[in-house]
Design a protein around this ligand. Structure first.
Ligand code: AMP
Length: 287
């Protein structure tokens, strides 16, 4: 597995590999099984002849003032071992100074999607995400890229950006990987105190209950209230937002559910910001 720190060096390697298909998996590192499931999807998409490229970059521009950029967990040596074991062909792990020119003045923003949901809680976050993903796409020029459904709105932002800017890249969504007790895997989970870690599965439990209630003809607002009450019953949880949106468009929904909807949660435990989501269906799900 090759490790690249500079744009010219990774570009030279990719030029040598093309026309083999290139599949990119962008990450912020401190990898867990959720990330590794993306690497496996990337390998399946690339095929035997193709190449899988992972990037590891804790992108400063998607963190707001007072957010956890400095305390975001990092362990590059361990990440490289995990990626090597997955058969990843190359890792692009640049310093911020390699990525951002101090004179830069161009940004990419999905103007509507960036303002709502997480975008409201973290102003500027999705501008940072869309801009870094565009830059990674331009540096790596992948045929396909894999993103987790754990960051549901992020995936929607990227699909929208790719559509709007005619980026010729196949975007692949990957299902959420969870711990045995249901907690969605996240690099931030290691920062939870033992008591908060024990309380955090309330998110997935609330989502499971909502999925079970969705086919009963319940209205979106009642379902939302139920989920919020369930989360608020956990004294350690600080509920930041509970939203129910159309699963395909992220538009607001009201009245009884008629189409698949996604329930999006943002909940803090101490200083740790967690998100989770689940698509629920108005008709009973197949077992
Ligand atoms: P991050 O390192 O948190 O920026 O995540 C890198 C990629 O991994 C993103 O596309 C995430 O959506 C995805 N990801 C993170 N956690 C999970 C998970 N538990 N299950 C599936 N994908 C995930």
């Amino acid at each position: 597995m090759e490790v690249f720190r500079s744009k010219p060096s990774v570009r030279a390697q990719l030029a040598a590999w093309r026309p083999a298909p290139i599949v990119l998996v962008p990450t912020m590192g401190f990898l867990h099984e959720g990330h590794l499931s993306l690497m496996r999807l990337a390998r399946a998409r690339a095929g035997d002849a193709g190449r899988v490229v992972a990037s590891i970059f804790v992108n400063p521009t998607q963190f707001g003032p007072g957010e956890d950029f400095d305390s975001y967990p990092r362990n590059e040596a361990r990440d490289f071992d995990l990626l090597r074991a997955e058969g990843v062909d190359a890792v692009f792990a640049p310093e911020a100074s390699e990525i951002y020119d101090p004179q830069a003045q161009t940004i990419v923003e999905t103007t509507e999607l960036a303002k709502v949901l997480i975008g409201k809680l973290r102003p500027g976050h999705f501008r940072g995400v869309a801009t870094i993903v565009t830059k990674l796409f331009n540096i790596i020029r992948p045929d396909a890229a894999v993103f987790g459904e754990k960051d549901y709105q992020q995936l929607a932002v990227i699909r929208t950006m790719v559509r709007d800017l005619d980026m010729d890249i196949d975007i692949i969504g990957a299902p959420i990987q969870r711990e045995a007790d249901g907690l969605a895997m996240s690099s931030r989970n290691v920062r939870l105190s033992p008591a908060d870690r024990a309380a955090a599965p309330v998110l997935s439990r609330a989502l499971d209950e909502a999925a079970a209630m969705a086919p009963t003809g319940i209205t979106a607002s009642r379902l939302r209230s139920h989920v919020r009450a369930r989360l608020e019953a956990e004294p350690r949880a600080r509920v930041q937002s509970v939203d129910i949106r159309d699963a395909a468009t992220l538009e607001t929904v009201s009245g009884p559910l008629t189409r698949p909807a996604v329930i999006l949660l943002a909940v803090s435990f101490g200083q740790v910001f967690l998100i989770d989501n689940r698509v629920v269906h108005p008709t009973p799900e197949e077992p």
